[in-house]
Ligand binder design. Sequence first.
Ligand SMILES: C[S@@+](CC[C@H](N)C(=O)[O-])C[C@H]1O[C@@H](n2cnc3c(N)ncnc32)[C@H](O)[C@@H]1O
Length: 363
Amino acid sequence: MSIDKVISDIRICRSLWENMGRSSKDKRDIYYRLAKEEGWRARSAFKLLQLDEEFNLFKGVRRAVDLCAAPGSWSQVLSRKLRGTEENSEDVKIVAVDLQAMAPLPGVTQIQGDITKITTAQEIIKHFEGQPADLVVCDGAPDVTGLHDVDEYIQAQLLLAALNITTHVLKPGGTFVAKIFRGKDVTLLYSQLKVFFSGVTCAKPRSSRNSSIEAFVVCENYSPPEGYIPNMSNPLLDHSYDVDFNQLEGPNRIIVPFLACGDLSAFDSDRTYPLQLDPSKEYRYTPPIQPPIRPPYQQACHLRKNNLLSKEDSPTVSFGGAFSALHLSANQESDTAAAAAAAAPQLDSCEMNEEEAAEQEVQ
Ligand SMILES: C[S@@+](CC[C@H](N)C(=O)[O-])C[C@H]1O[C@@H](n2cnc3c(N)ncnc32)[C@H](O)[C@@H]1O
């Protein structure tokens, strides 16, 4: 066997070995793979795009707010859709808010802040020079705990915080889109949204897995009750949960329409597709486009690298400790079970380089 043949075989083996883990994830999740190929920072971009296909969300929008925006795929969608190649793209103002730092995007002003704070609302209004927003979107998700009831409750609180800040910044007639978990108290949430919007629809894009309780509320025509004064210090978050809102009947029970959206020809996020969608093209692995800035699992990686995670039989730090240190990122699919399952391999990938870390982030 010639030396050239040996070298060529080694190269092939190496390339196969290098792509093995990566391509299996690409194969598992079609939207994850497409996000990288089309230059989106996260697969969530497709959720907003598919919502727009159904609701025409961006028509006439010049000022938009992206709440809970990091790593920024929804802001990318807003930037591409609203600014496009139009000459007057300078008139378009987009403000993105998140607790976490986010890499810059063209035409997007970033605020690193908390959406539950009045100061954040004031900062948004300042960027719009006193003008209200046409559209507010929120894909917010807290760090999941894996305890379904707790996760649903916290998600509901975050949605209400988003609604609260929206009442400060949205113009009458404007649109609000937000992630919602279709859990036990979802009817209560619909009732509250109906107080402020004449049209409320629960929509499930094709790119949001059926196995996840995640959906999105599309709230149209902002029309607050007469005399309503937005007030962050008297938020909507104080409720008595004694009433089972799902048991209410007649006009007391709010039921909103449910819409499965996204073109029916769109990929099904629960299916596995072959890597070579186009048989005439060879599959090439595409790395994620945006490495995460200080990812929430960094601490777990640090503990693992320094051998600070105990074994199961050690009395000091339990595996549960490792999990809490991990701070499961809600950038992962919002199904808490899926997120918990997805987190486990992260403990095994603590030798990650930047590119691999970004893999974890593009969910
Ligand atoms: C699923 S990610 C958003 C993904 C984003 N839409 C995208 O397409 O890239 C959820 C985000 O909510 C943010 N978040 C959670 N609670 C927040 C709060 N109180 N204020 C601001 N951001 C918050 C998290 O930091 C996280 O980045």
